[in-house]
Write a protein that binds this ligand. Structure first.
Ligand code: SF4
Length: 209
């Protein structure tokens, strides 16, 4: 018997609506990440959302709540959206990987970056979300999401905030993951990164018109 290939495809439902996809993803066993996590964290937002934001994976708070971008990074995303004038209900938010990958240190669960095979295994869910929502703008949050969709050679530091030539949506751009704001060393650095993030989102708002 050959080695089992990590892949979410066998778990995709017949009906490809957001609610059917969300329900099916709750039972996904396409890779090992479901095992230690609390639950699948599927994307959230309306089918008619104009902008889709794609992050890396759910964090500790999201894993417990079962909803994406509800923790500290989600609050930073909300601030950025507000500064750029993008209404939250115009946005669909999701991640390339739908289960929280972590390492236990005492009572804390520390985020671990997903590996390539885990990202590839989970990508069918994101492909379906993109297909169903068909956003006008796609915003990739952080290097993991950007590389997952733009290819491993993509350099976020070089192309951050640019409008990218990509077939996934009419408008595609990449910026930092909002958790990077929280990792800055002090308040002035956090404020500067927050403003730079808002600037990147303003590019999206302007392109949307
Ligand atoms: S991380 Fe993705 S592919 Fe792996 S079990 Fe979770 S939903 Fe399925």
């Amino acid at each position: 018997m050959g080695r089992r290939v990590d892949d979410a495809t066998p778990f995709l439902p017949e009906r490809r609506t957001l609610s059917a996809l969300r329900e099916a993803a709750a039972g996904c066993r396409g890779c090992h990440l479901w095992r230690p996590a609390t639950q699948t964290v599927f994307g959230e937002g309306l089918k008619r959302a104009r902008v889709m934001f794609v992050g890396e994976q759910p964090g500790d708070k999201e894993d417990l709540a079962g909803r994406p971008f509800v923790g500290p990074a989600g609050k930073e995303l909300d601030k950025g959206l507000e500064a750029a004038g993008i209404a939250r209900d115009e946005a669909y938010v999701t991640n390339v990987v739908k289960h929280f990958k972590f390492e236990e240190r005492g009572r804390r669960r520390i985020h671990q970056t997903p590996k390539r095979f885990e990202i590839d295994a989970c990508k069918p869910w994101l492909a379906e979300e993109l297909h169903v929502v068909g956003p006008e703008a796609l915003v990739l949050l952080g290097a993991t999401a950007a590389k997952a969709l733009m290819g491993s050679a993509f350099r976020l530091t070089r192309h951050r905030g640019e409008l990218l030539d990509c077939e996934l949506a009419p408008i595609v751009t990449a910026t930092i993951h909002p958790s990077a704001i929280l990792r800055q060393r002090d308040d002035p650095a956090r404020a500067a990164e927050r403003e730079a993030f808002a600037d990147d989102l303003r590019v999206v708002a302007q392109a949307l018109g």
